[in-house]
Design a protein around this ligand. Structure first.
Ligand code: C5P
Length: 235
């Protein structure tokens, strides 16, 4: 099931972020990352939501279960619609994260979706083998972490398009597969190494795509967003 594309709101300041949103329609899904959140505090989420957008708060928590559970209780109150943790924190941590979200969700609102980071796409197989001490292929590790997240009750994972179909086979259609690294067919790659188009992501079984610079740095962001949406829908 394909959901609304998520725009990565990667801007150095709230003024830049809100200047961009002023040029866009309401009712978007946007991703607020560490850069904006840590420099501006929780208010940034409320300010984005007050403009009628849904927020994926990408803070990738990874700590002991009690700490992550308490932090998630707070993030549910802040009003995020989707949040994430590292699957490497383990099943206890993921379960406590979910409990924290449930406890912190205000009455009458939906619990924020909770997804897990498996292996960061910046991690190579050799690095995983040598530095993390995990033997085998990166794909096996990603699928194992996705299964762990699923068994812990999480809603999905962040993954590359390249991994989406293996995760669909392991965890099913409804398990969320949120995939960054998206570019329009003739667009600039920027610093991403493995990129895919919105149509590639749709065919691979992604449920969400995260698109940053292909929209935010386009000469006409609104037109770029419409193109992404169309290609995603048709893919
Ligand atoms: O501008 P671009 O479309 O490359 O932005 C992608 C967004 O997704 C950025 O916010 C980046 O940090 C994030 N991301 C990623 N790869 C991951 C996880 C997150 O590009 N594996």
């Amino acid at each position: 099931m394909k959901r609304t594309p998520i725009i990565a709101l990667d801007f150095p300041s709230p003024d830049d972020a809100f200047g961009f949103l002023d040029r866009m329609p309401s009712g978007l899904w946007v991703k607020v990352g560490m850069e904006l959140y840590l420099q501006n505090g929780p208010d940034i989420v409320g300010r984005v939501k007050d403009r009628g957008h849904e927020v994926f708060l990408d803070l990738k928590l990874h700590d002991i279960p009690n700490t992550v559970g308490r932090a998630m209780e707070g993030l549910a109150r802040v009003g995020a619609d989707m949040v994430n943790v590292h699957a490497a924190g383990g099943s206890d941590m993921m379960e406590r994260a979910l409990e924290g979200l449930e406890a912190g969700t205000p009455a009458g609102r939906n619990r924020p979706a909770l997804i897990a980071v498996t292996q960061l796409t910046s991690t190579g197989e050799e690095q995983m083998n040598l530095e993390q001490g995990i033997p085998g292929s990166l794909m096996d590790s990603v699928v194992r972490y996705a299964r762990l997240a699923d068994d812990s009750g999480l809603d999905g994972v962040v993954c590359s398009v390249h991994e989406a179909s293996a995760i669909r086979d392991a965890c099913g259609e409804d398990f969320l597969k949120v995939t960054p690294g998206i570019r329009l067919p003739d667009g600039d790659m920027h610093d991403q190494k493995r990129i895919a188009t919105p149509a590639d992501a749709a065919r691979a079984g992604s449920t969400h795509i995260v698109v940053g610079r292909a929209i935010t740095q386009a000469a006409d962001p609104n037109a770029a967003y419409e193109t992404v949406k169309r290609q995603w829908k048709e893919g």
